[in-house]
Design a protein around this ligand. Structure first.
Ligand code: DGL
Length: 281
């Protein structure tokens, strides 16, 4: 009996694994840290192989499977697929193959969008792979078949965010280029369906105005993770005076650049980002 209780406690104290094709998934980690400050995190960013958004389904599944194997070696108790592209294309397959609960960002984003719209017209922006998969249309349609969804791939947003051009005037031109037609439509909720887009939130809001609600799936994903852990009896107990848990960050390339970005967006100090040869997994 005691052993069972100890095992269960060990599982509760295990970290949550989170992965993305690169650094954008830290926007999801930030939200998890806000809502679940007692949970430790092990994060993997596939900086050597990013972007996923322009790759084939098979490649995205193959990469996601390797990362899941790596996270399993860290004894994670649950896995968050923080990447929209991997959530859209790999999660259904990989989820079947592992024995830890998994959650992606698409379903939480779709739920938030269905709640946010009043006109029944939702826009979704994401990578080419996410938008072509039609996954948001499918999931939102299953929640409420009266909602119509318009998708738009915005492939240049990711490199522009990575180049630090969020506040540059050219960013506004790019937003106008991609979102001009959506602005004229009757859409009243727009899903930021890519990990990097929450970093453009204020610029997109400046362009679209108050009438269109911007949906950041990260917020609902952290809530979904809380429910998933609770359902599986895996929520960590509050940890007394220590407010924020630890985060162990791993990448497949360029750890220094990643560390800088992590320190600019996470509420804790990151002193080290480790490099992993992901091809071994
Ligand atoms: N993380 C990806 C996503 O959320 C964006 C970057 C990429 O194309 O890999 O879809």
């Amino acid at each position: 009996m005691n052993e069972i209780r100890n095992d269960h406690k060990l599982m509760k104290d295990a970290p949550v694994g989170v992965f993305d094709s690169g650094l954008g998934g830290l926007t999801v980690v930030r939200e998890i840290m806000r809502q679940l400050p007692e949970e430790d995190i092990v994060y993997f960013g596939d900086t050597a192989r990013v972007p996923y958004g322009s790759k084939s389904n098979d490649t995205i599944i193959y990469f996601s499977r390797q990362i899941t194997h790596f996270l399993k070696t860290k004894h994670v108790k649950a896995i968050v697929v923080a990447c929209n592209t991997a959530s859209a294309l790999a999660l259904p397959t990989v989820n079947e193959e592992v024995d830890v609960p998994m959650i992606g960002v698409v379903e939480p984003g779709a739920i938030a969008a269905a709640k946010a719209t009043r006109t029944g017209n939702v826009g979704v922006i994401g990578t080419q792979a996410t938008v072509s998969s039609g996954i948001y249309t499918k999931v939102i349609g299953a929640l409420d078949p009266t909602i119509s969804v318009i998708g738009k791939a915005c492939p240049l947003f990711v490199p522009m965010v990575e180049e630090g051009l969020v506040d540059h005037p050219v960013m506004m031109q790019m937003i106008d280029y991609y979102l001009g037609s959506m602005k004229e439509s009757s859409m009243d909720a727009l899903v930021l369906g890519c990990t990097h887009y929450p970093l453009l939130r204020s610029r997109i809001h400046e362009y679209l105005g108050d009438a269109i609600t911007l949906v950041n799936p990260a917020y609902e994903t952290a809530m979904g993770l809380k429910n998933l852990l609770a359902e599986n009896g895996l929520l960590r107990d509050a940890r007394g005076t220590k407010k924020q848990a630890a985060a162990d960050l791993y990448v497949s390339d360029l750890p220094e650049r990643f560390k800088e970005f992590a320190n600019s967006i996470l509420p804790i100090d990151i002193d080290r980002v480790k490099t992993v040869n992901i091809e071994q997994y």
